[in-house]
Design a protein around this ligand. Structure first.
Ligand code: SF4
Length: 200
């Protein structure tokens, strides 16, 4: 049985889809066969909003610091479901909502997507991953090609107008000089950068 919701730390995670326009070299999706217990995060279908909302019935939302949309796929691929579930959570109230995204929602849907998050999402965390478009294309291998990096940056900048907190994230496996460039990019765009340890 696949897990639509799962607990990690003090947050409740929502696993909306296994779809993603990227094929990141580090992505656990590419190691699907070796996932062990995490295999339960492989969905046999994308859940409907009704299925996700029903799953919340097993949890006391007040016990969690955040509800985080983040699974073994890109949550913005399931945009309509994400928005419907956020509306439900806003109706319940009392819990912060975060979306962890590759930032390619605009390319996925062919329109600006940041405005759709207004009033529904408290935090957007965008995976910056690399220090420039060429490296991004090589590491994340987006189906959109080299245009993806700039589109990701633009999405993050747009989010600042619609979402209270926006941040970039990178993982500390990239070389220090790349980390430094990522810091400069984040500072130039006025977006905090979170440097995650590989095992976080
Ligand atoms: S963007 Fe995320 S889900 Fe998609 S391939 Fe990369 S790491 Fe995996």
């Amino acid at each position: 049985m696949e897990d639509i919701l799962y607990v990690y730390g003090d947050s409740l995670y929502v696993n909306l889809t296994n779809k993603c326009p990227c094929r990141c070299t580090f992505c656990i999706r590419s190691q699907k066969e070796g996932l062990g217990t995490a295999e339960s995060l492989w969905l046999d279908h994308d859940p409907t909003a009704e299925e996700v909302i029903a799953a919340f019935g097993d949890y006391d939302l007040s016990a969690y610091q955040e509800v985080i949309f983040c699974g073994y796929g890109e949550p913005m691929c399931a945009l309509d479901t994400l928005l419907a579930v956020c509306r439900y959570l806003r109706g319940v109230g009392g819990v912060k909502i975060r979306v962890n995204t590759n930032g390619l929602g605009d390319l996925i849907h062919g329109k600006p997507t940041a405005p759709l998050l207004e009033g529904l999402v408290d935090t957007v965390s965008v995976s910056l991953n690399t220090s420039d478009a060429e490296k991004y294309n090589a590491v994340c291998r987006p189906s959109f090609g080299p245009a993806a990096y700039d589109a990701m940056l633009q999405f993050a900048v747009d989010c600042k107008r619609y979402v209270p907190a926006v941040k970039f994230s990178i993982v500390d496996v990239i070389p220090p000089d790349e980390i430094e460039i990522c810091k400069q990019t984040a500072a130039r765009l006025g977006i905090p950068l979170r440097i995650r340890h590989f095992s976080d």
